[in-house]
Design a binder for this molecule. Structure first.
Ligand code: ZN
Length: 126
């Protein structure tokens, strides 16, 4: 396995903005994902970028998270969540329209949790 000082990480991390905005070509995206899946420092870089970038943009709501995604969010396991997103993108073999922001997922869950709490209060009064 190649070491981490061979310049690959540098290239990958330079591509993060393109990846997040869905502007990488399919081929570039595949090699991006293959590298990040196995490189902790690039994972951290991607997470940091993702969270920062989302913080500067408008809110969007994640429509339909699957059960595994929900579980990872509940556990606040963002590292695993990111890996799952990466492998989903890879196995689907096509570009998603846009990277689903990790922090946006967390926000969606916060909203769901608030709804759940409200529902519980109603039930208690029932
Ligand atoms: Zn790397």
């Amino acid at each position: 396995m190649a070491g981490k000082d061979d310049g690959i990480c540098e290239n990958i991390q330079r591509d993060i903005p393109l990846f997040v905005s869905g502007m990488l070509s399919d081929r570039d995206m595949k090699s991006f994902i293959c590298h990040v899946e196995h490189c902790r420092s690039c994972q951290e870089e991607l997470m940091t970028y993702d969270i920062l970038e989302y913080g500067l943009k408008e809110k969007k709501v994640l429509s339909d998270p699957d059960a595994e995604t929900m579980r990872l969010i509940r556990d606040y396991d963002f590292q695993e969540l990111m890996k799952k997103q990466l492998s989903d993108m890879k196995t689907e073999g096509r570009r998603k329209e846009k990277w689903e922001h990790l922090s946006l997922l967390a926000l969606g869950i916060a909203n769901i949790a608030a709804l759940g709490a409200a529902a519980l209060m109603l039930l208690e009064k029932w």
